[in-house]
Design a protein around this ligand. Structure first.
Ligand SMILES: NC(=O)C1=CN([C@@H]2O[C@H](COP(=O)(O)OP(=O)(O)OC[C@H]3O[C@@H](n4cnc5c(N)ncnc54)[C@H](O)[C@@H]3O)[C@@H](O)[C@H]2O)C=CC1
Ligand SMILES: N[C@@H](CC=O)C(=O)O
Length: 355
């Protein structure tokens, strides 16, 4: 019997093709994960930062994307990146948004409606204006997937849990907790011995803060997360309906990011005084988010007792206490690290693989 030689089937079409917007701390951590066996079914076809982009040649390693980008002369235009997704012949085409850019977030709904899946760490659409949230819900009716795990708790299973509860007919009644990894880290450490500004510089260096740390200190980032959760739970809350306490002194609100970073010491005295007052009252400072049953939402700095659940957090821990119609005697609590490039990138990878 003669042997029949079968040529091995060379299947160059990946299951999923991706473009990555944002190669900051989260984007770079994702590029590292894309080089691991867990991501073998994925092909990165393009990457962009705020100024440049590059369509990657076939066979380029994800880990080399930043170098390709550094040598690229191509300015920003999403058209060629989407064209590269179309040309990859993949079953799934995915735009990964690891920026904090409101303009890119404003495009998510259009991409979904055009059949691209979107996986995002960027909260600006779902946690922004209510009209944006509604546009997103409408676009999702076209069937593309919106991977949003990284937008709340840096991937802690908050939104997935809430969706599951709602599917079972359960409803969120109240919500309370610590929704910011950087503010958790800062207030878990701050005891008055080191200036607050020095701790904030460390939090920024460790990749916990937003690109402009005022987004954290102003309460804006916490408010966005509260809005995302509340809207998933069926509360049609507008962004102006959250009462927000800002920790940014008035004089630092209107300046550019670099000037703010140069003047961080101006945060020290007001926070030293708040801390001393809390200590005199036998309390701890924690930045809490709260939503009550009537839909009243507030985020701000609160003096809590030493045995308050938020007083017992450590590191970047987030804590989400959900009281629902069925979890009503005691709340369902989801707790764990809530900021950091590696866990956030893992949340993005998990959503990419789920597509
Ligand atoms: N750092 C963390 O622990 C977490 C961050 N996130 C979110 O991840 C996103 C990224 O955060 P980081 O990596 O920490 O910020 P980063 O400042 O380190 O990186 C942002 C990147 O986006 C790029 N960029 C800005 N506008 C762009 C545009 N129009 N097109 C393409 N690229 C653009 C910048 O050039 C930069 O590469 C933010 O939305 C943040 O809220 C979410 C959960 C946790
Ligand atoms: N800057 C954010 C990062 C995650 O969203 C935070 O501190 O929680």
């Amino acid at each position: 019997m003669s042997a029949v030689a079968f040529a091995p089937r060379v299947d160059t079409a990946p299951r999923s093709a991706l473009v990555l917007l944002g190669t900051g701390v989260v984007g770079r951590a994702l590029l590292t994960l894309l080089g691991t066996p867990a991501a073998a079914s994925l092909r990165l076809v393009g990457a962009a930062n705020s100024r440049r982009q590059h369509v990657l040649p076939d066979g380029a390693l994800p880990g080399d994307a930043v170098e390709h980008l550094a040598r690229s002369h191509e300015g920003r235009d999403n058209g060629p990146l989407l064209a590269a997704l179309d040309a990859a012949g993949a079953t799934h085409k995915i735009v990964v948004d690891a920026t904090a850019c409101t303009i890119e977030a404003g495009r998510h709904a259009d991409w979904l409606a055009a059949g691209y899946h979107v996986v995002t760490a960027n909260k600006a659409l779902a946690g922004g204006q209510l009209a944006g949230w509604r546009a997103l819900q409408k676009a999702l009716a076209h069937g593309a997937v919106y991977g949003d795990a990284a937008t709340v708790g840096a991937g802690l299973p908050v939104l997935s849990t809430l969706r599951r509860l709602r599917q079972c007919g359960d409803s969120l009644l109240t919500l309370e907790g610590v929704f910011s990894g950087s503010l958790s880290w800062l207030f878990n450490q701050y005891d008055g011995s080191r200036p607050f500004s020095a701790l904030l510089r460390d939090a920024r260096r460790l990749g916990f803060t937003e690109p402009d740390p005022r987004s954290d200190l102003s309460g804006e980032d916490v408010a966005r997360k509260l809005l995302i959760i509340a809207r998933h739970a069926g509360f049609a809350l507008g962004s102006d309906e959250v009462e927000v306490e800002s920790l940014v002194p008035e004089a630092l609100r209107g300046v550019d990011t670099q000037t703010f970073l140069d003047r961080l010491e101006e945060l020290d005295e007001p926070l030293r005084a708040r801390h001393a007052q809390a200590k005199a009252n036998g309390k701890r400072l924690r930045y809490l988010a709260r939503l009550n049953q009537r839909g009243r939402a507030r985020v701000g700095l609160v003096e809590v007792d030493a045995d308050h659940p938020a007083a017992r957090l450590s590191g970047t821990d987030n804590q989400f206490a959900l009281t629902t119609t069925r979890y009503h005697a005691t709340p369902l609590v989801i707790q764990g690290p809530g900021a950091g490039p590696e866990i956030t990138a893992q949340a993005l990878l998990g959503d990419i693989l789920a597509v």
